[in-house]
Design a binder for this molecule. Structure first.
Ligand SMILES: NC(=O)c1ccc[n+]([C@@H]2O[C@H](COP(=O)([O-])OP(=O)(O)OC[C@H]3O[C@@H](n4cnc5c(N)ncnc54)[C@H](O)[C@@H]3O)[C@@H](O)[C@H]2O)c1
Length: 345
């Protein structure tokens, strides 16, 4: 390194050490992850910004990051939505599970001590009623999570553009794209109406790696998830003035009923001559097999992507820790969409 640059670097290092020494004298707990919760507002202000509570008046315990927040999770009866609902409840949120599967949704809501609403996200009256009832019951809406989605048929014919079924294409777009747009519409109305020029809020959607690049899903699904990523950015642009953040998450393959059923459908079609009984596997076997398939395709080895990983991302985007993140697509794919290994790395 050039002499002048070394001198300048040393000066910067000394300056930082000086600042840190002063900082830790006045804020003995600052920067220590184990004591972030206990670092209270009475301490002298942190010169690097408030590292303890995102600038809120009261420190937020790390195990209750959604305390008091009212959250709606669509498609929350199973799979990724269930994991998100469980995570939100664990962090102190008052959760409304909105789904078309009444039996599973009601059972889960009862076990978590939260509320279930029957809601088909592609039907505007259902979405509007779900939001209105959440606000009537809890007095506000803080987080709306557009998770409900469908993959569409997985047969070989359904994957060919030349044999595309227009009705099936519309069905997938209605749920995944229109359903999310309707959720954003009614969530925005409730959040903007919170008074005082809008009281903020977080709208998040579960998109997909199929919304990032091609070749990750069937045509209609890919089109719908690209639409959702674009919609997220546009709505974030509009709602920023109300302090409302709009983001999405794009997972790689998670062995939920959606993915396991799609894989089984495909396998059954490929081995259609074999007796059906032989094709049937227990649910846990199917999940393990699916996870193995995904691990084989993944860039990042040694980790199995689970619904709880997506729930962690949702928790971040729902909580005040992401208070300056908006219009973002948080890709949870172990790097699979960032590269194609063409040179044998
Ligand atoms: N599993 C994956 O590998 C994966 C990967 C990327 C993205 N995603 C996305 O994650 C989200 C959740 O997927 P999952 O894998 O948990 O699927 P899943 O099929 O296991 O669960 C989906 C839930 O949504 C509900 N639902 C379906 N249509 C609905 C509608 N019209 N209105 C309300 N609820 C409806 C279902 O009843 C079910 O409870 C979807 O948007 C999906 O596209 C999944």
């Amino acid at each position: 390194m050039h002499g002048a640059a070394v001198a300048a670097t040393m000066t910067a290092v000394e300056f930082i050490s000086d600042k840190m020494a002063h900082h830790h004298q006045t804020n003995p707990n600052c920067g220590d992850a184990t004591t972030l919760q206990s670092h209270h507002v009475a301490a002298a202000p942190c010169p690097w910004g408030d590292t303890t509570n995102n600038g809120n008046a009261a420190a937020v315990p790390m195990d209750k990051r959604l305390e008091g927040k009212v959250c709606i999770v669509t498609g929350g009866a199973q799979g990724i939505g269930e994991a998100i609902a469980r995570m939100f409840v664990r962090h102190g949120a008052r959760v409304v599970i909105a789904d078309i599967d009444d039996a599973a949704g009601e059972a889960l809501a009862a076990s978590l001590g939260c509320v279930f609403e029957h809601c088909d996200v592609s039907v505007e009256a259902d979405v509007e009623r779900t939001v209105q009832r959440a606000v009537a019951r809890h007095g506000r809406l803080d987080v709306y999570c557009n998770n409900a989605g469908v993959l569409g048929r997985q047969t070989r014919a359904a994957k060919r553009i030349a044999s595309m079924d227009a009705a099936e294409f519309e069905r997938v777009l209605r749920v995944n794209a229109l359903g999310a747009a309707l959720g954003m519409k009614h969530a925005a109305r409730a959040m903007v109406a919170r008074g005082g020029g809008g009281g903020g809020g977080s709208i998040l959607s579960v998109a997909s790696v199929a919304g990032v690049m091609g070749g990750m899903g069937p045509h209609a699904y890919t089109a719908s998830k690209h639409a959702l990523v674009g919609l997220t950015k546009n709505v974030a642009c509009e709602l920023g003035e109300h302090g409302i953040r709009v983001n999405c998450i794009s997972p790689f393959g998670v062995a939920t009923p959606m993915l396991v059923n799609a894989w089984r459908q495909q396998e059954e079609e490929e081995k259609s001559s074999a007796p059906l009984e032989e094709e049937k596997k227990s649910s846990s076997e199917s999940v393990e097999k699916m996870e193995e398939v995904v691990r084989g395709l993944a860039t990042l080895k040694g980790v199995t992507l689970r619904a709880s990983d997506i729930a962690e991302a949702a928790l971040f985007l729902a909580s005040d820790e992401s208070r300056y993140v908006s219009g973002h697509n948080l890709v949870v794919d172990g790097g699979v969409t960032t590269s194609t290994n063409l040179i044998g790395l």
